[in-house]
Design a protein around this ligand. Structure first.
Ligand code: 5GP
Ligand code: ZN
Length: 131
């Protein structure tokens, strides 16, 4: 059983920020910033591709509610909502989860930067994606 399933079952302790029938939200054990929280569906799925529609619809409801609650209560200025999909993107736990990482200042210990690399022909990219 994966580590998040064990947390959901209660065999591994956690600090629960929120719980309902479909998700739990717990403090990340490695707090990138104060209040860093993981939103985790109770039903195991590896990632977003593997999640059912009901689960995703529910997560879409819970994420804004929780990020607003965390940002407000922690007096943050904003947040990242991030879900790593696959090892290449940094996913280390193969049970779908969304990070809510509150932001306080420019040099918080998280860098999400979109660097433009080469300049592909956008019509080609579109063809690659849509066929
Ligand atoms: P990923 O790297 O897959 O996007 O995120 C996994 C997250 O799970 C990491 O930020 C890591 O700190 C957190 N994590 C791993 N094991 C535990 C644990 O046992 N308890 C809690 N609360 N968080 C964990
Ligand atoms: Zn699991």
């Amino acid at each position: 059983m994966c580590i998040f399933c064990q947390i959901i079952e209660g065999t591994i302790p956690s600090y629960k920020v929120y719980e309902d029938d479909h998700v739990i939200a717990i403090l990340d054990i490695a707090q990138v910033t104060y209040g860093h929280t993981l939103v985790i569906p109770k039903k195991h799925c590896n990632d977003i591709l593997d999640a059912d529609e009901e689960t995703m619809a529910h997560i879409a409801k819970v994420l804004p509610m929780l990020s607003n609650k965390i940002v407000t209560s922690c007096k943050a200025k904003g947040s990242h909502i991030i879900s790593n999909q696959g090892e290449i993107s940094g996913q280390t736990v193969d049970h779908l989860h969304f990070h809510i990482v509150p932001r306080y200042k420019e040099d918080d210990a998280i860098i999400v930067k979109f660097n433009e690399t080469n300049k592909p022909e956008l019509s080609e990219v579109l063809k690659t994606i849509n066929g």
